[in-house]
Design a protein around this ligand. Structure first.
Ligand code: NDP
Length: 301
């Protein structure tokens, strides 16, 4: 079903730019109160080119927001003890409010054990067991950046999410599970779907809010979407190059053209959820800095 794009485009790029500008505006007040800028340390182990690009753009965005950026690189041969010793040093460093361990780690390292070393109050990626527990219990803590960005986009579009039927397709630790918790915390009625879910199209058809975080190109079809639903597409999938292309197109987990003909609003890929992730990382760093300095949370974040 190819049709006109009736849906409103949810412009994550513009929203993220606005959020980053508001964060930058809030930094001077923190500096005045704490006598130092908020600091974000990013740890990269090994030389995976994609990870190096992510780390570079996180550093640039941190500096652009007026925060201090600390980049730490360890060789691909680093031992578990070396990685954890670096994380422990950053835990103890007063200038560091946020620690991000860039994943994936080289195969010989235990990611969960390394992540668990991070001080939960500096866990700006929201991946430690304590952060996950706080989120489940509804205690203030650090929330994973990508699902938090999705929540902000949904609230911007829909306002109050109370009583909305939401489905999250995907149950990863990074995206799906915390997304479900955030929607539940916002009083939506949440269905969590995954690879063993039966009759996924019928479940998606009931939902006012669809969050797709699967990693399968264009899996969610237009006729799965309830007319008027809001669709958040987290997926980033590169298609095989078509004839004449050197690189394949990037697409989401939702068939954009089909879904846009039915939905009230939808995020594009790229330019939807993606830009929100770094903006929310800066937001988490700002919030962590306030809490660590004994200041009230900055307003409006
Ligand atoms: P994971 O691979 O960790 O999880 C995928 C989830 O999808 C699993 O829970 C899996 O179920 C479920 N799944 C797989 N196949 C199906 C199916 N046929 N039907 C229903 N559910 C299915 O992926 P992530 O959560 O890390 O990432 C998801 C996507 O989001 C990827 O495309 C990734 O690139 C993108 N992403 C984008 C970010 C951004 O900044 N925009 C950030 C992070 C991720 P099960 O648990 O049963 O195996």
């Amino acid at each position: 079903m190819m049709a006109d794009t009736a849906a409103q485009l949810i412009d994550g790029k513009a929203f993220a730019a606005g959020l980053r500008a508001r964060i930058a505006d809030a930094v001077p007040a923190f500096v005045a109160a704490a006598g130092r800028p908020p600091g974000l340390a990013v740890v990269l182990v090994g030389d995976d080119p994609a990870s190096a690009v992510y780390v570079g753009s996180k550093g640039k965005a941190t500096v652009a927001a007026g925060m201090a950026s600390f980049e730490h690189r360890l060789p691909a041969t680093a031992s578990q003890a070396e990685v954890q010793a670096l994380l422990a040093r950053l835990n103890a460093d007063e200038a560091v409010d946020g620690i991000l361990l860039q994943l994936p780690l080289p195969g010989h390292l235990d990611e969960q054990a390394a992540v668990a070393t991070i001080d939960p109050d500096k866990d700006v990626d929201g991946l430690t067991p304590v952060s996950a527990g706080r989120l489940a219990l509804g205690i203030a803590g650090m929330v994973p950046c990508t699902p938090y960005g999705c929540l902000l986009l949904l609230q911007d579009r829909l306002g109050d999410l109370s009583g909305k039927d939401a489905i999250v397709v995907g149950r990863s630790i990074l995206v799906g599970k915390p997304m479900g918790q955030l929607l539940l915390g916002a009083n939506a009625t949440v269905t969590m779907a995954h690879s063993r879910t039966k009759d996924l199209p019928a479940l998606v058809r009931r939902a006012d809010i669809v969050v797709a975080a699967v990693g399968r190109a264009e899996m969610v079809k237009g006729d799965w979407i309830k007319p008027g639903a809001v669709v958040i597409d987290v997926g980033i999938n590169r298609l095989a190059p078509a004839e004449g292309e050197t690189k394949g197109r990037l697409v989401g987990d939702v068939d954009y053209a089909e879904a846009a003909a039915v939905a009230d609003a939808i995020t594009p890929v790229p330019g939807g959820v993606g830009p929100m992730t770094i903006a929310c990382l800066l937001r988490n760093t700002l919030v962590a800095a306030h809490r660590r300095a004994g200041l009230a949370d900055p307003e409006g974040f």
